[in-house]
Design a protein around this ligand. Structure first.
Ligand code: NAP
Length: 639
C-alpha cells in the first residue's frame, strides 16, 4: 500500500511522457522531480506558483510558466527513464526539503515542517510507527471504542508496539462514518492524497475525492492488511466504562450482539467514537406526525423508492449538498428547506476521475504523491488560515472579519453570481450573509446551481413552522406536500461520548464534569479520567479543511507516547493535571475567538449550547503536530 511499493519503472516513450505531462499537477511534480533527480534547478524562481486560492488551477501558474515547466519536466523524466540520473540519497536531504517548501509556498516555512516532512517522505519506512515495544512482562491491555478511521489507526500503532488490545465496534463492519453514511452522492471533500493514512498512501486513487464505497474499501483493506480485524468485536456496544482506582483499570459494560451484557477489563481506554455519528433530528413541532417514510441522511433508508415521489429535504449542509443533486433527477418533486445558505468553494475536479496521465505520474514518480499531499496540507491550513483570522479593526464584521476574509468572500460571491447569473431569484436565496469559513464551506463543481435550477426542484427559505401528516408547513402558512421527508440536519456533535456513561476517579461522571461543555487537554486527555484517551475529541476539528486523518495520526502518536511514559516509568496510570488542562482550554478559547467561527453568530455545529466553540482547532496543523509529538511528563500526575 505504501507509495514506495507502488512506484514502477518508467517505460513510456517520449510521446507517452508528453501526454502524461498534460495531466500533471505541476506545483507538486516539479518538487518531486527535483528531489528524485537531485536537480534543484528545476525549481526556478520564475516558475513559482503564485496563487493559492480556491479553484485556481495549477496554483495560478501562467500558461507560459506551465509550458516551460512541462519542457523541463519532460527532459527530467527522459533522463530518469534513460538512467542518466545520478543515484540520490535514500532519504531526503534537509536543505533540499527547505528549498522545495520555500519554492512551493513562496515563503520560508516554519522550521518544524522539516521533521514533519521527514516523517512523511521517507520512502522505505513508516515515519510515525512507534520505535519501541512494550516489555511482554508488563501486563497491560487497551480497549478501543470504535473501528472507524481513528480506531483502526490506534490498533495499528498498538500492534506495532506489542500492546494487546480489543476493539469494540457497534456496527457490523469497520469504517465508522464511511460505513454509516451510505446516502446517494456521499464522498469525501478533502482530496484523497491528504485524506488517507501517511503510512498507507495509495498512488492510484480512482478519483480526486473518493465516493463513500471506495473509502470504505480502503479502510476495510487496511484493517485486513494490518491484521486489525481479528481484534474487533462487531455488533457490540460499550454502554458504560468505569475506572477502578484500586486496580488502575477500566471496567467496561458491553451489550453483546445477542442483547446480553458482558464486562471487559483493560488498563487503558481509547474512545474512537467520532464526533459526527449521532444524528440530530430537528426539534420541529409535529415531526412525529408525518405519515410517510422519513429518515436522516446518516441512516438512509434504501428500501424507500424515491422514484417519482414528492420529497422534502430539510437542511443544506455538507451532507444535503451531496445527496440533493444525486436524488433530484430521480424524484418527482424535490422541495429543499434551507435555513442558512452555505458558502460554496469551486472545485471543478470534485467529481472527476483522476486523469490517466496524472495517475501514471503518481505511480511512476517517487514522492510525487507526497509533494501533492504537502501542497494540499499547506494550502488548506497555513494557506487559508489568514483568511479566517479576525482583524478587530475591520469595519464590516457582519460580512467579513478582515481584508483577507473579505477577498475570499468576493471570490466565493463571484462564483455564486456566475453560477446563478440567469436566475436572480435563486441568487438572492443562495447568497450567504455571514463571513466565509464561519461554518463548513461546501465544495462544488457547478452541480448545486444545476440542481436548484431544475424544474422539479424548489428552494424554500421561509422558516419551517411545523410538520403535518402530509408535509411541511412554513411560517407563511403554505403547506408543502411531501411523500417522503429526508433530514440532512447534521449531528449532535458537541455531545461527546453520549450515550455512554464514563466514570473516572472519585466516581466522577464525565458528562457531569463537562456540564454540557466538553473539553480535553489536546483534545485527548481529561482530568480525573486516568488512562482515558479520546480520538477526534473536543477542539480537534478543522474548518478550513485539512484532514482529520492527520489529526488522528498526531493523537495516536501522543497516546503511544503516554503509554511509553507509563511503561518506562513503572507507572500504572497517568491523569492530566487540572491546571494544565484549564490553561490549555483558555488558550484554545481565546484563539478560537480570533477566528471567523468564533466571532460569527451564524448557526454552526462548531459551538455547543453554551456558545463555546467545542469542536474546532484554531491553529494550523503544524501546531497540533508539534504539541502532540510526545507528551510532557509534567503535564500528568502518575498513579
Ligand atoms: P450540518 O452541516 O450540521 O448541516 C445541517 C443542515 O440542517 C444545515 O443546513 C442546518 O441549517 C439544517 N438544520 C438543522 N436543524 C434545522 C432545523 N431545526 N430547521 C431547519 N434546518 C435545520 O450537517 P451535515 O451536512 O450532515 O454535515 C455535518 C458535518 O459532517 C460537515 O460539516 C462535515 O464536517 C461532515 N461531512 C463531511 C462530508 C464530506 O467529507 N464530504 C460530507 C458530509 C458531512 P443551519 O445551517 O441553519 O444550521
Amino acid at each position: 500500500m505504501a507509495i514506495a511499493q507502488a512506484i514502477q519503472p518508467i517505460t513510456l516513450d517520449d510521446e507517452g511522457l508528453r501526454k502524461a505531462l498534460e495531466d500533471a499537477f505541476l506545483p507538486a511534480l516539479l518538487p518531486a522531480m527535483a528531489q528524485v533527480t537531485g536537480d534543484m534547478s528545476l525549481l526556478d524562481d520564475s516558475l513559482r506558483p503564485g496563487m493559492m486560492a480556491p479553484g485556481v488551477p495549477q496554483g495560478g501558474m501562467t500558461p507560459d510558466q506551465q509550458d516551460r515547466a512541462k519542457a523541463l519536466l519532460f527532459e527530467a523524466l527522459r533522463a530518469l527513464r534513460d538512467g542518466r540520473v545520478p543515484p540520490q540519497p535514500p532519504h531526503p536531504v534537509e536543505d533540499d526539503l527547505r528549498r522545495i517548501m520555500h519554492w512551493m509556498t513562496g515563503a520560508p516555512v516554519a522550521e518544524d515542517y522539516v521533521p514533519l516532512l521527514l516523517e512523511e517522505l521517507a520512502e522505505d519506512r513508516d515515519g510515525r510507527a512507534p520505535a519501541w515495544r512494550k516489555d511482554p512482562a508488563i501486563a497491560f491491555s487497551v480497549t478501543i471504542i470504535g473501528a472507524g478511521m481513528s480506531g483502526i489507526l490506534a490498533a495499528i500503532r498498538l500492534k506495532q508496539a506489542g500492546v494487546p488490545f480489543t476493539i469494540i465496534e457497534k456496527n457490523a463492519d469497520v469504517g465508522g462514518t464511511w460505513f454509516e453514511n451510505t446516502y446517494p452522492g456521499a464522498r469525501v471533500d478533502v482530496s484523497n492524497m491528504f485524506y488517507s493514512y501517511s503510512f498507507a498512501q495509495k498512488a492510484d486513487w480512482p478519483n480526486f475525492f473518493s465516493p463513500q464505497g471506495v473509502l470504505l474499501d480502503y479502510f476495510r483493506s487496511i484493517a485486513d492488511e494490518y491484521g486489525v480485524r481479528e481484534h474487533i468485536r462487531f455488533n457490540t456496544e460499550v454502554t458504560s466504562a468505569a475506572f477502578d482506582e484500586a486496580t488502575c483499570s477500566w471496567r467496561l459494560k458491553l451489550r453483546t450482539p445477542e442483547g446480553g451484557e458482558e464486562t471487559l477489563e483493560s488498563q487503558a481506554l481509547i474512545a474512537a467514537a467520532g464526533q459526527l455519528n449521532r444524528p440530530k433530528m430537528p426539534p420541529i413541532r409535529g415531526i412525529d406526525r408525518f405519515a410517510g417514510p422519513s429518515f436522516h441522511s446518516a441512516r438512509w433508508d434504501h428500501s424507500v423508492n424515491l422514484k417519482g415521489k414528492r420529497v422534502a429535504v430539510i437542511g443544506t449542509g455538507a451532507s444535503a449538498a451531496q445527496f440533493i443533486p444525486a436524488i433530484a433527477p430521480k424524484v418527482g418533486e424535490l422541495t429543499v428547506f434551507q435555513r442558512t445558505p452555505p458558502w460554496f468553494v469551486p472545485v471543478p475536479t470534485y467529481h472527476d476521475a483522476v486523469p490517466s496521465g496524472l495517475s501514471w505520474l503518481l505511480t511512476h514518480v517517487p514522492n510525487y504523491a507526497h509533494w501533492y499531499r504537502f501542497w494540499l496540507f499547506w494550502f488548506s491550513t497555513d494557506g487559508l488560515l489568514p483568511a479566517a483570522t479576525v482583524d478587530k479593526s475591520w469595519p464590516h464584521p457582519e460580512r467579513s472579519v478582515s481584508e483577507a476574509n473579505d477577498q475570499l468572500r468576493m471570490l466565493l460571491a463571484m462564483y455564486l453570481q456566475g453560477q446563478f447569473a440567469d436566475r436572480p431569484d435563486l441568487l438572492a436565496k443562495v447568497m450567504p450573509w455571514y463571513p466565509p469559513s464561519s461554518k463548513r464551506m461546501v465544495l462544488d463543481n457547478g452541480i448545486w446551481a444545476a440542481t436548484l435550477k431544475r424544474e422539479n426542484v424548489h428552494l424554500v427559505t421561509e422558516a419551517i413552522r411545523e410538520i403535518t401528516a402530509t408535509g411541511v408547513v412554513t411560517a407563511d402558512g403554505v403547506e408543502h406536500a411531501a411523500d417522503v421527508i429526508i433530514y440532512g440536519t447534521g449531528f449532535q456533535a458537541s455531545k461527546f461520548l453520549t450515550p455512554m456513561t464514563v466514570t473516572g476517579r472519585g466516581r466522577a461522571d464525565i458528562n457531569a464534569q463537562w456540564d454540557g461543555d466538553a473539553s480535553a487537554y489536546l483534545g485527548i486527555t481529561v482530568p480525573n479520567f486516568p488512562n482515558f484517551f479520546m480520538l477526534y475529541g473536543p477542539n480537534t476539528n478543522i474548518v478550513v479543511n485539512g484532514s482529520i486523518i492527520f489529526f488522528s495520526e498526531c493523537e495516536v502518536q501522543y497516546i503511544m507516547g503516554c503509554l511509553r511514559l507509563l511503561f518506562e516509568g513503572g507507572h500504572r496510570a497517568l491523569d492530566c493535571r487540572r491546571e494544565v488542562h484549564d490553561a490549555y482550554v483558555s488558550w484554545i478559547n481565546a484563539a478560537n475567538m480570533e477566528r471567523t467561527w468564533g466571532v460569527s453568530t451564524v448557526n454552526a455545529w462548531y459551538k455547543n449550547e453554551k456558545g463555546r466553540v467545542t469542536q474546532n482547532w484554531p491553529f494550523n496543523l503544524l501546531e497540533y503536530w508539534r504539541l502532540t509529538r510526545e507528551p510532557v511528563a509534567g503535564d500528568y500526575g502518575f498513579l
